[in-house]
Design a protein around this ligand. Sequence first.
Ligand SMILES: [Zn+2]
Length: 92
Amino acid sequence: MSEDMPKKRKSRGRRKGKGGAGRARTVVCSNCGALVPRDKAKKTTRYHSLVERTLAKELEQSGALIRGQRRTRYFCISCAIHFGVVKVGRRR
Ligand SMILES: [Zn+2]
């Protein structure tokens, strides 16, 4: 990439260094099935319980700790924006 070329983001939307780390392994987007480089995809981990929500609340109040099942998903950028994982134009 040439010096005077404007950059939209410092990282160019990836988790690679300045020189690049070669080709990243790909993951499949959980929503649309697109193949996305792993360092570009947005990873979300959510816990959703196997018990009903109202029942889970009651159990939690009585002191039980229920974690539910962990579900890890990868999203391509389009789907990440659609599901609100990332927002358009937000800088970090
Ligand atoms: Zn997608």
